[in-house]
Design a binder for this molecule. Structure first.
Ligand code: Z5A
Length: 214
């Protein structure tokens, strides 16, 4: 159940590479601020100085291979810091939180992508988050090759973006499965459309959300 009056609402945005997350998070932020919603915009991995340092470690290209379990634990270490010092206090103060990625990304990238156990990830999720979940998750869904073309045209590739197509296909499948399994939380947006159409869909979903919670 959405409970905007008592606590803030926790929104997350997810998707594979080149899906247009940053572009569309700006749109969501502007939309909510225009309606005078007290909002914290943040991201994972990151969102605090310490967690941002862990993000740099996670994304950096280096010669030494990053052990997948070490990667998983680093993601959750950053999340614990972020959740306990930024997200939970904001929600408790009645503020809304708009987070660029959250634990769905861990199930998708470390679970499906790196082939780590979804069960182990669920145990870490419980340890770090208890029952805390985003109230709404906007999944921007795109054909993997199209997304990679967009990401490659944009900037130098980080450690994740250098993975092979099959890795991102697994990541996308996992996101889609999670959305099917939890249709109340997920809103799936076709991000392969023109930016205007993507944004029109997003705005329509946001209007619907606000009608329900305000
Ligand atoms: N990661 C993980 O492994 N496990 C975890 O638990 C978490 C994260 C939380 C960093 O994430 C990495 O962390 C991520 C997974 C891992 N892997 N990677 N890489 P990130 O979210 O910070 O990085 P990102 O995926 O690159 O997100 P981004 O910066 O928001 O990029 P984007 O989705 O591609 O968005 P964009 O920059 O707005 O759009 C890309 C380009 O496409 C840009 O030039 C736009 O102008 C263009 N664009 C956007 N929409 C359209 C449409 N509709 N048509 C045409 N062109 C468009």
């Amino acid at each position: 159940m959405l409970q905007a009056q008592k606590r803030g609402l926790f929104l997350s945005v997810e998707g594979t590479e080149g899906v247009g997350k940053s572009t569309n998070i700006n749109l969501i932020e502007n939309f909510l601020r225009d309606r005078s919603i007290d909002l914290v915009v943040t991201r994972e991995p990151g969102g605090t100085p310490l967690a941002e340092e862990l993000r740099e470690i996670l994304l950096a290209n280096r010669d030494e291979a990053f052990d997948p379990t070490a990667e998983l634990l680093t993601v959750f270490a950053a999340r614990a810091q972020h959740l306990n010092t930024v997200i939970e206090p904001a929600l408790a103060a009645g503020r809304w939180v708009l987070c660029d990625r959250f634990t769905d990304a861990t199930f998708a990238y470390q679970g499906a992508g790196r082939r780590l156990s979804q069960e182990v990830i669920a145990q870490l999720e419980k340890l770090v988050q208890g029952d805390r979940q985003p109230d709404k998750t906007f999944l921007l869904d795109i054909d993997v090759e199209l997304g990679l073309q967009r990401a490659r045209a944009r900037a130098e590739l980080d450690r994740f973006e250098q993975e092979q197509l099959a890795f991102f296909e697994r990541v996308r499948d996992c996101y889609q499965q999670r959305a099917v399994a939890d249709p109340q939380r997920f809103v799936v947006i076709d991000a392969g459309q023109t930016l205007e159409s993507v944004q029109a869909d997003l705005l329509a979903e946001l209007e619907r959300l606000l009608e329900r919670v305000l």
